[in-house]
Design a protein around this ligand. Structure first.
Ligand code: PEP
Ligand code: CO
Length: 452
C-alpha cells in the first residue's frame, strides 16, 4: 500500500526547488556530482520490504500495542568503526529492550541511531575551539572533527566513506541479530563487565535469571523454542535525513510496488532545525515511503505540526509518521498537551516519542556540554503523565547512548559528578548516556510503563 500520496510529479531531486537549510558548502560542485553519480550506482543499504515491515511494527506502536526504543550515538564517528563498538552498543539496546519488554509485557521495536547517523545540524555556523573560531563541526560525512580550518573543509568523497561505513555496520548488525547473538537465551551474555558490578547491572542479572526461568518453563511444557522466533531479532537502522545530496542518491524505486524509498536506512527523520513545511527536507521526506519522523522542539506550534502531519501522512497510515518531541523537562507540561490535543483531535495516527536529550543540554562552568540524568527522567515522566491525562499512548523514547564507559551525562545510578566529566568524554557532538545510565533509565521507564 502506498503510504504517501506524493504527487506523481515528486522526484528524489525536487527538494532542490525548495530552501535546504544546514547543507555543507561544498568547494567543488563538480566533485559532488561525481560522488552522487557513484552513490547512485551502488547497491541500496536496506530494502523496501524491510521498511514496510518496520512500518507495520510502528503501526502497532501508534495503536498502543508496542513501544519504540530508538537509541544510539549523537554522531557516529569515522574513527571508531570496530566490531567491539557496534557489539557493545547493540548489547545495551538489547538489555534495555529486555527490561522494557519484561516489565510491560509488550513488544519493543528496536531502532538504532546507527549505520548512517553521520550528519549534524548546528545552531551556529562557527564554533570556538581553544580560542580559535572555526566552521562548526557538521559530522564526519562532511568533514573532519579536528579543530583546524583545513579539517573543516567539506569533502564530498566522505559521502562514499559514510556509505561504506554504514554498509559494514549494518552487515555486522545483521550478523549479530540474525546469527544468534541477540537470541533471548543469551540474555546473560549482554551484561558487560563494567555494568555487572553496579546496582543496575545486578538488577539486570536478576531480570535475566527470571527471563531464563520463564524460557525454561516454556520449554518444559513443550513449547518448541526453535519455532517461537527467539533466535532472530529485528534491529532497524535510522538517522537524520539531513544531508540531502546523500539521501537523494540512495533513493530507489521499489521494483515490487513502484514506490520510492530512501534506501539509506529503514527509518529517517527531519531534525528540529529543518522541519519547515515548505522546506527541502520535508519535500524530500513527503515522497519516500519509509516510516519517517519529525523532531518537535519548543518552537513548534500545533498548527505547524498538524500541517506537517497533513503533508507527510495525508493518507493517515498508522506507523508512517513519528513525532519525536524534545521540549525540555521544564516546559513539557506547558508545551506538550496542546500539541497532543491538536493531533489527536485531527485523528492523525502518529507515534508519539519522547527525546529527553535535546531539550536538556547545558554547558558546565568549564564549558562542557552535558545533560543531567534527573532532567532526562523528568522529561520522560512528564511525557508519560501528559499522555495518560490525554488518553493517548506514550509510544517510545529516543535516546543518545553508547555502549562505552563514558562520562558525558551527569547523575544516574553511579551519580556522575561535574568534576568527573573529563575522565572519558569522547562524544563527537552531544553527551550520551553510558551503558549503566542507559540501563538505569530503561528500568525506570519500565516502571512508568507498568504505572508503578
Ligand atoms: C539530534 O537528534 O542529534 C538532533 C540534532 O536533534 P534535534 O534536531 O532535535 O535538535
Ligand atoms: Co544530538
Amino acid at each position: 500500500m502506498a503510504t504517501s500520496s506524493s504527487s506523481p510529479a515528486w522526484t528524489p531531486s525536487d527538494w532542490r526547488e525548495h530552501t535546504a537549510l544546514q547543507q555543507p558548502e561544498w568547494p567543488d560542485p563538480a566533485q559532488v556530482d561525481q560522488v552522487r553519480a557513484e552513490l547512485t550506482r551502488l547497491p541500496p543499504l536496506v530494502f523496501a520490504g524491510e521498511a514496510r515491515s518496520l512500518l507495520d511494527r510502528l503501526a502497532a506502536v501508534a495503536e498502543g500495542r508496542a513501544f519504540l526504543l530508538q537509541a544510539g550515538d549523537c554522531a557516529e564517528s569515522f574513527h571508531d568503526l570496530t566490531a567491539i563498538n557496534i557489539r557493545e552498543k547493540l548489547k545495551v539496546i538489547l538489555q534495555m529492550a529486555a527490561a522494557l519488554t519484561y516489565a510491560a509485557s509488550l513488544p519493543v521495536v528496536k531502532v538504532g541511531r546507527m549505520a548512517g547517523q553521520f550528519t549534524k545540524p548546528r545552531s551556529q555556523p562557527t564554533e570556538t575551539v581553544d580560542g580559535v573560531e572555526l566552521p562548526s563541526f557538521r559530522g564526519h560525512i562532511v568533514h573532519g572533527d579536528e579543530p583546524t580550518e583545513a579539517a573543516r573543509v567539506a569533502d564530498p568523497a566522505r559521502m562514499l566513506q559514510a556509505y561504506h561505513q554504514a554498509t559494514a555496520t549494518l552487515n555486522l548488525l545483521r550478523a549479530f541479530t540474525k546469527g544468534g547473538f541477540a537470541d533471548l537465551r543469551q540474555v546473560h551474555v549482554w551484561n558487560q563487565e563494567f555494568v555487572a558490578n553496579s546496582p543496575e547491572g545486578r538488577r539486570y542479572e536478576q531480570l535475566a535469571t527470571e527471563i531464563e526461568r520463564a524460557l525454561s518453563f516454556m520449554q518444559a511444557v513443550g513449547v518448541d523454542m526453535h519455532t517461537v522466533g527467539l533466535h532472530q531479532v529485528d534491529v532497524w537502522t535510522s538517522h537524520e535525513a539531513l544531508l540531502l545530496d546523500y539521501e537523494e542518491a540512495l533513493t530507489r524505486r521499489d521494483s515490487l510496488t513502484g514506490l520510492w524509498y530512501d534506501c539509506s536506512a529503514h527509518f529517517v527523520w527531519a531534525g528540529d532545525r529543518t522541519r519547515q513545511p515548505d522546506g527541502a527536507h520535508v519535500r524530500y521526506l513527503a515522497g519516500v515511503n519509509n516510516p519517517i519522523g519529525v523532531k518537535v522542539g519548543p518552537g513548534a506550534e500545533g498548527s505547524q505540526v498538524l500541517e506537517l502531519c497533513e503533508i507527510l501522512n495525508p493518507n493517515r497510515v498508522p506507523g508512517r509518521l513519528t513525532l519525536i518531541v524534545r521540549l525540555g523537562a521544564d516546559r513539557i507540561f506547558e508545551l506538550l498537551p496542546p500539541l497532543v490535543r491538536t493531533v489527536r483531535d485531527a485523528k492523525h495516527p502518529v507515534v508519539w516519542v519522547c527525546d529527553p536529550m535535546h531539550g536538556n543540554t547545558f554547558l558546565t562552568e568549564t564549558g562542557r556540554k552535558t545533560r543531567d540524568f534527573r532532567h532526562i527522567m523528568a522529561e520522560i515522566e512528564g511525557f508519560f503523565a501528559v499522555h495518560h491525562a490525554e488518553g493517548t499512548w506514550p509510544g517510545g523514547v529516543h535516546l543518545e547512548i553508547t555502549g562505552d564507559d563514558v562520562t558525558e551525562c551527569l547523575g544516574g545510578g553511579d551519580n556522575l559528578l561535574e568534576e568527573q566529566l573529563d575522565t572519558a568524554y569522547t562524544t563527537l557532538c552531544d553527551p550520551r548516556l553510558n551503558a549503566r545510565q542507559s540501563l538505569d533509565l530503561a528500568f525506570r521507564v519500565a516502571e512508568l510503563m507498568r504505572g508503578v
